[in-house]
Write a protein that binds this ligand. Structure first.
Ligand SMILES: C[S@@+](CC[C@H](N)C(=O)[O-])C[C@H]1O[C@@H](n2cnc3c(N)ncnc32)[C@H](O)[C@@H]1O
Length: 359
């Protein structure tokens, strides 16, 4: 039997595999995972001025072999898939060192890849040795639980975010620097702190307010911090106690946005109410005469919801197009019904229908 899980909105200390096992099946709406890169550094790197390059060389990034890295990846991804809701999705970020191995394990585990997104860094660390290209991007894999999953995607919001152009899969976001970068005694508090902008876009675009975001490798807590700010819940795991403290302190300082500010207003589309609903419910009667706004044209409503006018038959749209002689018309605004001596567009009647049927 699965335990009841961990309380939401906490940063938990421990191995993510043990902690993920404490979460119930199908409880997460989003998993954001920034796992160890397995950088395989075997040399100390210096800048041309002989200063040391602060590369990731911590214990948490060391694996004996590709095989041990793959075994670890398989284990945490399997747990993530169990914990993810059928309607949820997962984002995994990595570099060329690990992302191809992770992507292959994701597909083997049953995730369905929706996109890969390239995070382009306009301010990358240079290639000090001059022996390879400057590594100026990281790759994110966005996947749903399975091929048929109905995942969240706020297309309109992301389009608005991108100045009314479809959001593309290449994201230009600076590496986190300046006041956003958490420092302790002048040194980076965490070597791989991700930019808030990256998480803002992910959480805004693929979750809803109140959703649960899980971050198995939270480091400085960027995903949890953005989840809290955007009115989502979070559960985050971290193996190193110093980072747990760092993330907890960071989260403390975050104030969530007010819920009215979190509504997706550009996406509020009214449910479709076809003309037939109005006829079938009696809002417009079979046999009733509908009129053009100037009463020069009229048509009679049939039981099959078509309109008949001077021997011509059609739907509200096709008949209004024919009788008006225009290229295209909208039947909802063309046709009117008489109510208490006044002409009311059938669109007005549809609004009344929506109100009374709460749709
Ligand atoms: C790439 S960093 C994540 C950085 C984070 N996204 C941020 O913005 O600060 C990976 C983190 O995972 C932690 N970690 C590594 N293996 C872990 C494990 N098995 N369970 C929990 N945390 C782990 C490391 O200590 C490290 O802080």
């Amino acid at each position: 039997m699965k335990p009841d899980g961990l309380p939401v909105n906490g940063i938990y200390h421990g191995d993510c595999l043990d902690l993920l096992r404490q979460l119930p099946d199908e409880s997460a709406d989003l998993i954001f995972a920034d796992p160890p890169y397995n950088l395989q550094l075997n040399k100390v790197l210096f800048r041309p001025d002989r200063s040391l390059v602060g590369a990731v060389d911590e214990g948490w990034d060391k694996f004996e072999s590709f095989r041990s890295y793959d075994d670890f990846t398989r284990a945490w991804l399997a747990e993530c898939r169990r914990v993810l809701k059928a309607t949820g999705c997962i984002w995994v970020i990595g570099t060329y060192h690990n992302i191809f191995r992770v992507g292959s394990v994701m597909q083997d585990t049953g995730f369905w890849i929706l996109n890969d997104v390239i995070w382009i860094k306009p301010n990358p660390t240079p290639n000090f040795m001059g022996t390879r290209f400057t590594n100026a991007h990281e790759t994110l894999i966005w996947a749903s639980k399975s091929r048929d999953s109905k995942y969240t995607f706020h297309y309109q919001a992301l389009k608005g975010y991108n100045d009314d152009l479809q959001m593309r899969s290449d994201w230009l976001i600076p590496v986190c620097k300046g006041p956003e970068r958490i420092r302790e005694e002048g040194k980076k508090a965490h070597p791989t702190q991700k930019p808030e902008e990256l998480l803002y876009r992910i959480i805004l675009g693929t979750t809803n307010p109140g959703d649960l975001v899980i971050d198995p490798f939270t480091g400085s807590g960027t995903a949890a911090a953005m989840a809290k700010r955007l009115g989502r819940n979070f559960i985050a795991f971290e193996r190193e106690l110093e980072y747990v403290d760092l993330a907890r302190e960071r989260i403390e300082g975050i104030t969530p946005m007010n819920s009215p500010l979190l509504e997706y207003r550009t996406e509020r589309r009214l449910p479709r109410v076809p003309f037939g609903n109005l006829v079938a419910s009696g809002y417009i009667r079979v046999g009733e005469r509908l009129w053009s706004a100037d009463r020069s044209v009229s048509a009679v409503v049939q039981a099959d919801t078509s309109l008949v006018c001077d021997g011509m038959t059609g739907s509200i749209h096709s008949l209004s197009t024919i009788v008006s002689g225009r290229e295209r018309t909208n039947g909802w605004s063309y046709w009117h019904a008489e109510r208490e001596g006044e002409l009311l567009s059938i669109d007005e009647l549809r609004k009344e229908y929506r109100k009374s049927h709460q749709c």
